[in-house]
Design a protein around this ligand. Structure first.
Ligand SMILES: [Zn+2]
Ligand SMILES: [Zn+2]
Length: 237
């Protein structure tokens, strides 16, 4: 089922088996995250001299990965390709043409896929032996998931004209992605501020021209042109 408003493209409603899988994924990821937090305290994962370093590095890595995934989906491949096109790429095309449609996606639709992707990391973190290296890897995986799990929710909040008060406080203090930081991504040619978990990496990546450099490299190696599919999609509306 396709939801569209005022002649603009809309998201595909998540129903039936897909929705059931997303609900189960959210419950599983939430339970695993709680188990990881309990493990972190009982095993003293936060008490080592290296713990702050691991937490900051893993938090930054989660934001960087959110940017790499977002950039890949915005820039390459076609929304008409089998399987991934409709499910993974089309939401990004729709989001650029009709950003307000994102606010109509409910909690399960918004967060289910990211929860599913984090289940392996949260599971692995619980079974790694508590040696020094094992403890560091467990803490890194837990922190990575803690930051990346709400990525799409944080992204949706950044589009809300009036987010909940505590969310507005987090945005103003740059703990999570703010509306103005993400706003520049939604201005043509859609090439700035891809990171959408905390947005902490955006400034650094812009300073080193990271994504344009990656695009030139990919184009040189493959002959593909960035955002060619997005242009085709946008011209349809
Ligand atoms: Zn985008
Ligand atoms: Zn957005």
């Amino acid at each position: 089922m396709k939801e569209a408003t005022a002649g603009l493209p809309g998201h595909d409603a998540v129903v039936g088996l897909t929705r059931a899988i997303e609900v189960v994924s959210l419950l599983a990821a939430g339970s695993l995250l709680l188990a990881n937090i309990a493990h972190a305290f009982t095993a003293g994962l936060l008490l080592h001299w290296w713990s702050p370093l691991v937490v900051v590095t893993a938090g930054l890595a989660a934001d960087l990965v959110s940017g790499l995934v977002h950039w890949t989906a915005d820039t390459w491949f076609s929304e008409t390709m089998p399987v991934l096109g409709r499910r993974f790429l089309r939401p990004f095309r729709v989001h650029h043409v009709n950003p307000d449609d994102f606010l109509k996606r409910d909690f399960v639709d918004c967060n289910g896929d990211v929860a599913m992707l984090n289940i392996p990391f949260l599971s692995l973190a619980l079974v790694i032996p508590d040696t020094t290296i094992g403890a560091a890897v467990s803490l890194a995986l837990m922190t990575f998931s803690l930051v990346s799990l709400p990525t799409n929710q944080v992204h949706q909040w950044s589009h809300m004209p009036s987010p909940p008060a505590f969310v507005g406080w987090l945005q103003r203090h740059r703990v999570i992605l703010s509306s103005d930081a993400h706003g520049s991504h939604h201005r043509a040619p859609y090439v700035a501020n891809y990171c959408i978990a905390t947005g902490w990496c955006n400034r650094w990546l812009t300073a080193i021209d990271f994504f344009p450099t990656c695009e030139r490299l990919v184009s040189r190696l493959t002959g593909l042109q960035p955002r060619s599919d997005e242009q085709i999609f946008a011209e349809r509306w």
